[in-house]
Design a protein around this ligand. Structure first.
Ligand SMILES: Nc1ncnc2c1ncn2[C@@H]1O[C@H](COP(=O)(O)OP(=O)(O)O)[C@@H](O)[C@H]1O
Ligand SMILES: [Mg+2]
Length: 255
């Protein structure tokens, strides 16, 4: 099945406005994992589509809380409390807001609400989580029987940090990889079309970014968006080298 056949297929409709290109089998595997409600670590390089795929699937999954950033236990508990409020826990919290509540009180509320609740929590964008964060995740997993989906850039210590030891079994890890060259080529064309990118050398440009990105969709999207700027255009031709240098500099600055 080609990527365009996959695109817009039933499995991807829940993405709503955020359309997911290809990824049919990856979505299905993730869906099954999420529906089985067992903890796992989802890993893959920045821009590969982890957040996109998870966000597209969340509406299908009952009793799930999504925490986008988790640099400290306090941030984790606050995000979970926000999620519980949205999910209708207002009465239990005796407040429509958690503003003004101390970290300890929030942690207590979250623990009470989650313990034995069969909730699933998704912790996205884990970047070198500390021992303290890993202890909080461990507590949720072990003391409260909450299933945890942790998301990081790799399953190595430098990315997954101290949460890594909570997912020691091979079955508790799922990798999302860059597109292979064929799909990446189709994705680049789809994306350039969506962005309305035009240039005399568009085919060569797209070929180059497939290569330079190693099939990473986030990198391709970013370079295609940059290519629309007059700064990288001369006589109707996209200037790939300065564009790529600026792209790399911006990526390094964000990491
Ligand atoms: N399969 C895909 N279809 C469409 N866009 C994609 C796909 N995968 C990634 N993208 C785009 O690439 C960018 C990075 O994706 P994201 O989910 O944030 O990556 P990650 O969370 O792995 O760092 C986003 O703009 C996203 O929409
Ligand atoms: Mg992400």
């Amino acid at each position: 099945m080609s990527a365009s056949d996959n695109h817009g297929s039933k499995g991807n409709q829940s993405a709503g406005l955020r359309s997911v290109f290809a990824r049919h089998s990856e979505m299905q595997e993730l869906r099954e994992r999420l529906l089985s409600r067992r903890s796992f670590l989802l890993h893959g390089p920045a821009g590969v589509g982890k957040t996109l795929l998870i966000s597209a699937l969340l509406p299908e999954i009952p009793r799930v809380l999504y925490s986008p950033h988790n640099s400290t236990p306090q941030m984790l508990y606050r995000n979970l409390a926000d999620g519980l409020l949205t999910a209708g826990y207002r009465q239990r919290f005796k407040s429509s807001s958690i503003a003004g509540k101390g970290a300890r009180a929030i942690k207590g509320l979250v623990r009470d609400a989650l313990c034995d609740s069969e909730y699933l929590v998704v912790l996205d964008h884990l970047a070198q989580p500390s021992q303290a964060l890993a202890a909080a995740v461990r507590e949720l997993k072990l003391s409260c029987s909450v299933s945890v989906i942790a998301v990081s850039r790799s399953d190595h210590m430098e990315d997954a940090g101290f949460v890594l030891r909570l997912f020691s079994d091979r079955k508790e890890k799922a990798a999302l990889r860059n597109f292979d060259p064929d799909i990446a080529t189709q994705f680049a064309a789809w994306c350039a079309n969506k962005e309305g990118l035009q240039a005399g050398n568009i085919s060569q440009f797209l070929e180059r970014i497939v290569e330079l990105s190693a099939g990473n969709p986030g990198a391709m999207v970013e370079m295609i968006r940059m290519a629309k700027s007059a700064r990288y255009s001369h006589d109707g031709q996209i200037k790939v080298t300065p564009l790529y240098i600026d792209y790399r500099l911006a990526t390094v600055a964000h990491t």
